[in-house]
Ligand binder design. Structure first.
Ligand code: DQA
Length: 153
């Protein structure tokens, strides 16, 4: 019997405010709605997911360290730390599992300070601009990748 795949989903700073925070940019869905969609997909894909939110750079890093050896990948929306955090870049590089960077908004179509991602060179892939579907698109792709790796073709 094959082992169930496990994934960590991390939401960074200010994402706890989804639903009321700049709804013209991020929409009206709440973080609980996003997590519910992710959990629904996890049931359909027969995988396990754990979702966490932290407003702290070190908190996100601790969660990624703790997951090492226990997960097959991570979906990370690092919020504004995306554009500043070399510590998160280094953390991603140090992890044995693939990390996919996600954003609700298309960061490249916004202010110029959002055009650079410090995480981009360290992650497996990036998905931005699909709203909450950025998370589910990323998770689906990670799982398909893992399953293809396990049984090529
Ligand atoms: C974000 C984009 C970031 O630039 C911003 O700081 C966020 C949210 C997104 O999901 O679109 O907090 O990561």
């Amino acid at each position: 019997m094959t082992r169930r795949l496990r994934y960590l989903v991390l939401h960074g700073p200010n994402l706890n405010l989804l639903g009321t925070r700049e709804p013209e940019v991020y929409g009206r869905v709440t973080l609980a709605d996003v997590d519910e969609s992710i959990r629904g997909l996890a049931v359909a894909l027969e995988i396990d997911v754990e979702c966490h939110q932290s407003n702290h750079e070190g908190g996100l890093i601790d969660l990624m360290h703790r997951a090492s050896g226990h997960v097959d990948g991570c979906i990370l929306n690092a919020g504004a730390y995306t554009h500043t955090s070399i510590a998160l870049h280094d953390c991603i590089k140090a992890m044995p599992y693939p990390v996919v960077e996600v954003h609700l908004s298309n960061i490249h179509a916004r202010e110029s300070f959002r055009h650079v991602s410090r995480l981009g060179p360290a992650v497996r892939a990036s998905v931005a601009g699909f709203g909450w579907r950025s998370y589910t698109a990323a998770l689906r792709a990670l799982v398909e990748h893992a399953r293809e790796g396990a049984a090529p073709g």
